[in-house]
Design a protein around this ligand. Sequence first.
Ligand code: NAD
Length: 505
Amino acid sequence: MSTVLNQTAPNVPLLINGEFVQSTTGDWIDVTNPATQDVIGRAPVTTDQEMARAIAAAQEAFKSWRNVPVQERMRCLLRYQALLKEHHDELAGILARETGKTFADAKGDVWRGIEVVEHGCSAPTLTQGEMTENVANGIDTHSIVHPIGVCAGITPFNFPAMIPLWMFPLAVVCGNTFVLKPSEQDPLTPTRLAELWHEAGFPAGTLQVVHGRKEQVDYLLEDPAIKAVSFVGSVPVATHVYRTATHNLKRVQCMGGAKNHMVVMPDANKDQVINHLVGASCGAAGQRCMAISVAVLVGEETRAWMDDLREAVAGIRPGPSDDADAAYGPLISPAAKERVEQLIGTAEGEGADLLLDGRGYTVDGYPDGNWVGPTLIDNVRSDMTVYREEIFGPALLVMHVDTLDEAIELVNSNPYGNGTSIFTRSGAAARKYQHETEVGQVGVNIPIPVPAPFFSFTGGKHSFFGDLHPYGKQAFRFYTETRTVISRWPESDLPSGPNMTISMR
Ligand code: NAD
């Protein structure tokens, strides 16, 4: 069991140099259960002195950790993987309480993180160098893969297990040390992840966890000791982080927000389409960067599917995390609920058809939850606010076009590029779509095309700023640098004489 989270509403500790310590700050952020508004913890706004101590501890630990053989680093990660699996339900329980996710969804969040940790155990092969003998007369060239130093990670509220696990396990198995600044809205899950990290045997200083808001993020972006920054969050903050950190000459990867379209061809399997549209739009309360938020129905025939789609969306309901029949939970905060409801309101005002209106939704027994009911908005145009902005709520927009070409043009005109999908029985239509669409991750008859962790999460356009994406082989390149050694050992220098023979004992 957790040693630091076993109170009803703990003051969340900082992790610095292997020790969980209480911040001396006077500024604390309430962590609430989104279904009830109960305060279940308080996150400290880390002081500048504590930020400096965390970074210094990571710098100090790097000096020895970088020299630990990669197999030993990997063995720590293997133990971490086993512990995460052992504590899967416990982690999901903490996560469900602070995010409001259904228990099944919370388990999925943890599981996808575990899979990344598993892939991290390939570090010995994925951090190998290369060698070519005799590139010129007697000259050999080899490359060595080195860690880069202290890395920082800044994570959003919506996947408090998976997204931190995209970052620090891979950075650290490469020989780096890490400072994590998780979302202030759900810091309890990352704290438990950090406790298990030390149980797995990782040395003090390999991972620090600090808490706070913009000021703490900016501290990491400005500190010259931080060599690389991984960020996941909204586009405005991703833009700020990318600009500031690159200005300060750091290596940066920033994953931002999204607007994901599912293109539905008239030859698609209607039942599958409707089933997937419901889950992909409203699942996890729409708080997924890969949620399908727009259905693009191609051709006149698909208009006739709207009644069935409406019925299917109306058939789901939100509920608390322990309600096995709930399709999704509450939004993360009253502010998020207000924002989503306000965006739904703009659709009505700007001429779309509000077929299902989730505003003002209530759940019996949970009068204070941040509920938004399933929402369906038809006849949306690309100039409407509800289309231009990321909603991040349980709302599906529907647009109608006549041809696949029109659908592709619509998707390509959107500034976001995280994910998209096409549903069709035509291989030719699918191939044309995956070839011409300018989106980083494409599903063919798959609504949410999130790659398995040995590929990379390749969002594009304004959903990603940087060059190397999270997890997969690209993450190993992001967290390492390559040194090239060119050497010549002329044969004429071979030692001679009885005492100079080269021998291996
Ligand atoms: P957010 O941008 O509000 O916060 C993300 C992190 O940045 C948090 O740790 C927060 O404390 C910090 N932060 C907030 N404001 C800041 C500022 N002004 N300066 C510096 N740091 C700041 O995002 P969120 O609401 O926690 O998460 C939801 C967003 O994340 C959505 O837009 C979603 O699409 C996106 N997201 C993207 C991906 C992806 O892989 N592309 C994955 C998950 C979530």
